[in-house]
Write a protein that binds this ligand. Structure first.
Ligand code: PLP
Length: 440
């Protein structure tokens, strides 16, 4: 059977699916996705926490169309483009990295692959054979074979163990489940790195706050400054994976700004293009880029890296973020969402923690609040809440491993920053209703 965009997918699909019985989306506008059978779904998850400026922006479509008829594509080893040069110049003003350089790719996993290889190449260029990558427990850095090793989610790693296992695992920073101070966590991190030989450590990669695995888990306030000091003192490249948090999601251009951090590399994706183009970004310091020597010495790149259409789309998204002050809005809206979640769920016996920053908000569920005991995964608490929310007209993002990378239940809200107050209130109310109906 063939399908067209305005028909429901009823069977016979030739797509390798990522879900069962998926409804067909036929239009998307603002914070709402409409399905072929006429349902209007509020995009509380922003897809995979990726939508910043909202669906259906004519100006982004126009920018992509204009770029397609001027220079659609050229290969980055043969040409640069005005679209990319202009975007990079506009972007670096917001990046908390000294003399930042932009390496655009096609997604977050590719951005992290690029960052890890760049860190290794940087050390080699300086005559240091550093190769160890340190990443945290419960990290998520992507799903391609290289960064899967840095990611620490059991269900994604299962079966691929023979290919992975080189990453050195250091503690996560999760105020809800670990009461150590940031200084203590950094000291434990240092102890582990000393054990493997800290002079061999090329890079420390981490999400500023928990993302897809640890569901918005927040570090103690003194954690990041202590980690920055540790990396600086030992010549370790600090890579902040801001694929989920970057471009305003947490109410700052980058989550690094909450702690005044100056990492060596930031990776980004998701909100940078808001989904209008599959874009990832590896943003490195000028020191690293200059040491590597630019073209030729970094044997890395893809057919679609440095794509002018991606730059045109992302530049328009950047202009919208600036023009409509959407990052300030994400901070204000996030506070309102947090207050409403707290008011509705604070006393719920199965709600262990409500957390997050800006418009990255999460609710963690526990079988017992006092002991913070997770539910048995066989109960599929997260999946049932996600389904109940969807039935009520809301997408939320699941986390089924927020305790330690293998167990735990949480859902995340990560709606477009442009969502109206009314839409955000409706999202929170639907989520509370879905939780109450699932966990009576
Ligand atoms: C923090 C983080 N890093 C990397 C990735 C991987 O990005 P992508 O799915 O675009 O490859 C994700 C995706 O969820 C992410 O949240």
């Amino acid at each position: 059977m063939s399908t067209t965009s305005d028909q429901p997918v009823t069977g016979g699909t030739h797509v390798f699916p990522r879900g069962l019985q998926l409804p067909a989306a036929v239009s998307a506008n603002g914070a709402t996705v409409t399905t072929a059978d006429g349902r209007r779904i509020l995009n509380g998850s922003g897809g995979a926490i990726a939508n910043s400026v909202g669906h259906g922006r004519r100006e982004v479509a126009d920018a992509i169309a204009a770029q397609a008829v001027s220079v659609d594509y050229v290969h980055a080893t043969q040409f640069t483009t005005t679209a990319l040069e202009d975007y990079a110049s506009a972007l670096v003003a917001h990046v908390p990295i000294d003399d930042a350089r932009v390496f655009p790719v096609s997604g977050g996993s590719e951005a992290n692959e690029t960052a890890l290889k760049l860190a290794r190449t940087y050390h080699l260029a300086r005559g240091e054979d550093r190769h160890v990558i340190a990443a945290r427990a419960g990290a998520y850095h992507g799903n391609t074979r290289g960064v899967l090793d840095a990611s620490d989610r059991a269900q994604l790693r299962a079966g691929y163990e023979p290919w992975i296992g080189h990453t050195v695992r250091v503690p996560s920073a999760n105020r809800y489940r670990d009461h150590r101070s940031g200084v203590e966590l950094a000291a434990e991190t240092e102890r582990i790195l000393q054990e493997v030989g800290i002079h061999k450590v090329a890079a420390f990669i981490a999400e500023p706050i928990g993302g897809a695995t640890l569901a918005g888990a927040q570090p103690p306030d003194d954690y990041w400054p202590a980690i920055q000091r540790l990396c600086n003192a030992n010549g370790i490249v600090l890579i902040l994976d801001e694929v989920m948090t970057g471009f305003g999601r947490t109410g700052r251009w980058f989550a690094a700004d909450h702690w005044g951090l100056r990492p060596d590399i930031i990776t980004a994706g998701k909100s940078a293009s808001s989904g209008y183009w599959p874009l990832g970004l590896c943003l490195s310091s000028g020191v690293i880029a200059d040491a590597v020597g630019g073209a030729g010495n970094f044997a890395h790149g893809f057919t679609w890296s440095h794509h002018p259409m991606g730059a045109a789309a992302a530049h328009e998204v950047l202009r919208i973020l600036e023009r409509e002050s959407l990052i300030e809005r994400a901070e204000r809206s996030g506070a309102r969402v947090a207050a409403r979640l707290n008011a509705g769920l604070d006393q719920h016996p199965a709600v262990g923690d409500i957390r997050g920053l800006g418009l990255l908000r999460a609710v963690e569920f526990v079988a017992d609040r006092t002991g913070r005991t997770p539910f048995d995964r066989a109960e599929r608490v997260t999946e049932r809440i996600v389904e109940a929310a969807f039935e009520r007209g809301l997408t939320v993002y699941p986390s089924t491993s927020c305790v330690d990378g293998s167990v735990g239940d949480a859902v995340l809200l990560g709606p477009p920053f442009s969502s109206t107050d009314g839409e955000l209130e409706a999202m929170v109310d639907i989520l509370i209703d879905a939780i109450s109906a699932t966990l009576r």
